[in-house]
Design a protein around this ligand. Structure first.
Ligand code: MN
Length: 179
């Protein structure tokens, strides 16, 4: 069960976060993505991309950027249910991820390259094009090989490709609107 870890970490009678439901999306529906600014014990942004009916998720401590010269650490975390992509609110103290969640960006994405999303994740090189309200254009998530021993192999880099949407010096903290 892809969402077991998501379920294990949470008490759904104590957090406003959604329990996994049976959400099926139309086969040809565009793939969704979202970014949540999560002001937990440590501020970070959660990037989530729909793959096979769940949201594959990475926690990005410094937030995503449109600056192609920046490489942002992105820690691969547990899959989240699709409906989490609409979640915004406060996770009460004492619960996993306690703090405020702001829906910072959302939209659709296209998978790039000629192999499936699973293959790209497996090989640690996931290429995609975002159509969000704030994030646009091509990005890659690249797994860091031989990263720190205590990292459990979860460390990736989020990289903006140089294209029409690239903006040197751009910082996610300069636009804190909820979408
Ligand atoms: Mn988070």
């Amino acid at each position: 069960m892809a969402l077991e870890r998501y379920r294990e970490k949470r008490h759904f009678d104590k957090t406003p976060e959604p329990p996994p439901a049976d959400v099926t999306s139309a086969k040809d529906a565009p793939l969704r993505f979202c970014v949540q600014r999560h002001h937990a014990r440590r501020l970070h942004y959660d990037l989530r991309l729909e793959v096979d009916g769940v949201l594959k998720s990475w926690a990005v401590p410094k937030g995503p950027t449109l600056d192609p010269k920046e490489k942002r650490l992105a820690v691969h975390v547990e899959d989240h249910p699709i409906e989490y992509g609409d979640f915004e609110g406060t996770i009460p103290a004492g619960n996993y991820g306690a703090g405020s969640v702001l829906l910072w960006d959302r939209g659709t994405y296209e998978l790039l390259g000629d192999v499936s999303a699973e293959k790209q994740l497996e090989r640690g090189d996931f290429k995609f094009r975002l159509h969000g309200e704030k994030l646009m254009g091509e990005f890659a998530l690249v797994k860091i090989k031989g990263s720190r021993k205590d990292s459990k192999g979860n460390e990736w880099l989020l990289i903006k490709k140089p294209d029409f949407a690239a903006k040197p010096g751009w910082d996610s903290e300069n636009d804190l609107r909820s979408v």
